[in-house]
Design a protein around this ligand. Sequence first.
Ligand code: ADP
Length: 713
Amino acid sequence: MRKVLTTIFILLPLAAMAYLRLASGADLSAPLPIFHFYIVTFTTFSAGVIAIMLTITLGESARPRHVLAAVAFAAIGSIFFSHGLATPGALIDFFHPAVSWSAWLTLLAGGLIFSIGALSGNFRPLQPGGLKGIATVMATLITLYLGIAALKPEWLDRLGAQVDPWHTIAIYGVTLAAWLISSLGYLRLWITERNRVDGVLSFVALWLAIATVSMHSFPLWNLSWWLYHFLLLIGFLVTIVFLAREYESARQFNLLRYYVGISLVFTALLALIASDLFTRAAIDSLSAEISRQTRARVQALTSQVAQTLPAGIDAENAFEHYELALDRLPAFGLIIYDNQARFVYPYKELDSGQAAEVPPDSVQGYQAAMAGQVRVEVREPGMAPERYAPPENVHAVVSFAPLHDNPRLEGPPIGVLQLVEESSELTGRALQARSTSLGITALTMTILFLALLLVVRRADNILVTRTGELNKAYQNLQRSEVLRDEMTKMIVHDLKNPLSAIAASVDLLKMTAAENENPVQEEFTDLAQDASMRLTALVEDILAVNSYEAQELVLDLENILLQPLLRERLDGFRAQASSEDKALILECPSDLHASTDPVLFGRVIDNLVGNAIKYTRIGEGRIVVSATLENGKVIFHVRDNGEGIPDEYKEKIFDKFIQVPSSQRHSFRKGSGLGLTFCRMVMDLHGGEISVRDSEGGGSDFEFWIPLKAQQK
Ligand code: ADP
């Protein structure tokens, strides 16, 4: 599925380009200079800002070649921004050489940086220092180019004229090669290292190779030419998203950087929207004024000519009269339609019927004039009537006026006069309005930006200091925790020897008390023996848990008969059970074997049976220990009819130091809360599991299993 999707995404732009090349009718021309200006300036500005911010945040934590991809898009964004700014008819009314130079250089610079990244693994591996060097050289070259484009654009023209067309061919070849090499290089890296960013970069490089072809080989404004804008933008977005996701954890949160990035992008957006609104308002009021003046003038003109019409003239001769009178006017585009909306002038083929097929340029204009009114339409640059095209970057004023065949302008019109005039005044004012408003908004936003920057910087400083303090405190805490753990281990370990001495002495004392037949002494030595046994078990649990956590606990596996092992463990509890009047029952087939560590496993049984005795009532307790073989697993149960374990504790009790708190439970701590943790660890080492559920008729049922042939995990 993934492969299919990848193939589709690679092939999509390629297929689009091939289709547009083959089906020439589909490759429509979309000359949208203002759209080009807004879209290109905004997207490239944002792309540049985001890519620069990403380059800074990725810093040295990311693979150098991935940082280079961000640098490449920073370069693409910065150079291509001048391409948008130089759009003819947006801020300037001539064709600026930066339009084509920026377009070529964008893909060339981007391709070269990308290919350095793709090949960096082959030669000398790229070091962070080298990365800085490349970024600095690029930034210097771009600044130099932007300076020339802004201040001395004629240098670009001169340079172009000297070497034309070789520089375009050379740039085309090198750019295409750079993107193809990048694509292959990243593909190779992806195959060997399987890092998804490399895969994505290989993919994006291929798109940009297609974009290079679409820019260099297709005619301006055609859909095939527009393709490279979209591929650049989508390539940028895809790269940024993947880079940001890949290095999410490595990036440092820095309020200031985010603020700068986001506010610059928003400033650009607001400045463009404001300038568009301002320009529209300026053009609208000027258009209304121009329309009023033009209407009056055209009305005066047609009625002036009508005054000179000889009486009783027929329609065809009247048209000729108008044509002769008006054609002499300078700079006018003149079209005359008859009352059937057919051309009379400038085409003389009225009778052939050929001209009739061409409809009037504006149906509304024609109809208004046929209804006796003069209508004026103001057209954006490039939108002048097809049959009269003034220079592309000038506004056109198109008027429709009724024509009559008598000087008194009586009766229905015999036809319509369409006049097209250029209005460079309107164009000039639009350019001025757009740049003034851009300037004003940019200035306002810059002041606001700087004011907020101070606030954010302060907040950022506080954040950085606090985070630093917190980190330090955390490190100290960790250090003291390690120290405390080591101390505890040492103390617990050192307790072992004196404890065994105490236990041995108590045993001796007990024997003497029995020999002396001293019941009071015997009772006290019993208590002391019980306490020392509990303490020894606790110390052993703590030591075992510690060594498990330090991964030092190893199993000493033996294949042993289970029944004798279990019976021996249970026998250890018989005296206590009978004194508390509790039943201890063992159910285990006599031939059941398992490979287990008898010492550790024995202590698991001790812990569980000890707990079962602890939590059953005197005189009522019934504890059943059983073992069965099922599907290669030896399954054990330790069931009791005691107080049971609440549901919310059934999982937690296996964690360290967790005990069930309950008002009904004994207020003193009966143990350490480590016994079950130890059991789970031993099961885990055997590759088995342990869990607890309620016993039928109340109490707990601890179920645990080990594989028949356990192996140290
Ligand atoms: P402890 O040393 O406190 O017994 P364990 O880890 O062995 O530590 O047990 C944890 C807690 O689980 C006990 O404190 C007790 O609240 C509960 N528990 C363990 N076994 C039983 C049982 N058979 N019946 C009721 N509660 C039990």
